[in-house]
Design a protein around this ligand. Structure first.
Ligand code: ATP
Ligand code: MG
Length: 363
């Protein structure tokens, strides 16, 4: 019966003149996701304040829409012309299939094809249904809620409303190089960057003989691709760099120097990939070395802004989200600690000290 899905967006609606840019991006992202998942559709187009997906593959489509940022909610709809009799026919069909004892009608008339306002239409349609089927009207707790949205000469009739993931359409805020370690945190950090409209380019440093997470990484990238759309994963051969760093005299500084090197390389990748920022999964004081002093030293003289979306999250909160997005089970596969890690990494590194050591390293 349903031949489309009406998509509602959240924050995009507040963007004033830029609204069209956000709407177009959202419609484009929906199309691409349907194509990637090989879900047949007739069309995806913008309506005033909504995006309409014309398709008969309602269930498959729902699964995909739940992962497209920018969507606040969506409803499978029966599409009619904005003509009272035609809309009533669709409503009757829904009532006949629903087997409910009480109902309510909620019209949202954002069009001028029907001259009655929303409240008047509620009354007219409600009355006709009562007459024809003898159902009870229950405005507070109806067994069946029939929603009708009128937009640009068409009526969209629905009974269900699903939640979308919120946020803004991926790509609408720019591009980010997201440092993906294989651990729990960085995958969630990348997810949040995407949620605020950044298109993620994933960058992983492979430690060779020091550590290797390569297998996990491709699986995590596949999960993130469901939100990010077509995704570029860069695996950087990092063994030589880490080898050099691991030879310093004061071993306790290895980790800070290593993180700095990663961020410097990420900065170059930003330039190559046209990205404006770097994203990492650090959270303040989660492990002994994640101090504000170390974080300062790690980002000193890095020109691109480093976003750390998890900075204020507890580990439990991060784990919960990792489970929801499906990266947790992959991330927890133990691949061993980094063999370059000293027994007691520095917890309060001084920038001056770090730069001194780094100069001699000549990476
Ligand atoms: P995660 O759970 O993401 O591994 P973490 O809490 O273990 O994070 P660190 O090991 O201190 O924290 O790493 C901090 C951040 O640096 C990571 O979240 C990630 O963004 C980045 N990072 C660390 N190792 C790598 C790596 N091998 N490749 C790419 N990025 C990395
Ligand atoms: Mg880690």
């Amino acid at each position: 019966m349903f031949n489309g899905i009406l998509v509602r967006y959240g924050e995009i609606g507040t963007k004033g003149k830029n609204k069209e840019f956000f709407e177009k991006r959202l419609a484009e992202n929906i199309k691409n996701a349907l194509k990637r998942n090989e879900i047949p559709y007739i069309n995806v187009h913008r309506l005033p304040g909504r995006v309409l997906v014309e398709t008969f593959e309602i269930e498959k489509c729902e699964k995909v829409l739940k992962k497209i940022f920018g969507i606040r909610s969506f409803s499978p709809v029966v599409i009619a012309n904005a003509n009272l009799e035609e809309i009533l026919e669709k409503v009757y069909k829904i009532i006949e299939n629903a087997n409910a004892k009480s109902f309510a009608v909620r019209v949202n008339n954002a069009d001028n094809s029907l001259k009655e306002n929303s409240q008047k239409l509620n009354e007219i349609i409600g009355e006709r249904v009562v007459k024809k089927y003898g159902l009870k009207v229950n405005l507070e707790k109806p067994e069946l809620l029939v929603g009708i949205e009128l937009r640009r000469g068409m009526g969209y009739v629905f009974t269900e409303k699903f939640e979308g993931p919120g946020g803004l359409p991926v790509g609408s805020a720019g591009r980010a190089v997201c440092l993906l370690s294989g651990g729990i945190d960085s995958a969630v950090a990348a997810y949040f960057a995407m949620k605020r409209g950044l298109k993620a380019i994933l960058l992983h440093f492979d430690g060779g003989k020091f550590f290797s997470n390569k297998e996990k990484i491709t699986k995590i990238a596949e999960k993130l691709e469901e939100y990010n759309g077509k995704t570029k994963l860069i695996i950087y051969n990092y063994e030589d760099v880490l080898e050099k760093i691991s030879e310093i005299k004061e071993k306790k500084y290895i980790c800070v120097l290593c993180k700095r090197a990663m961020k410097k390389i990420a900065e170059r990748v930003c330039t190559e990939e046209g990205a404006q920022c770097i994203v990492t999964g650090e959270s303040l004081s989660q492990v002994a070395s994640q101090t504000i002093e170390n974080l300062n030293a790690e980002q000193y003289q890095i020109e691109k802004i480093i976003l750390q979306p998890l900075i204020g999250f507890d580990k439990e909160e991060v784990i919960k989200i990792a489970k929801e997005i499906g990266t947790y089970e992959i991330s927890i596969k133990n691949t061993g600690e980094c063999r370059a890690k000293p027994r007691a990494p520095a917890t309060r590194s001084k920038i001056k000290k770090i730069i001194e050591i780094e100069k001699d390293l000549k990476i």
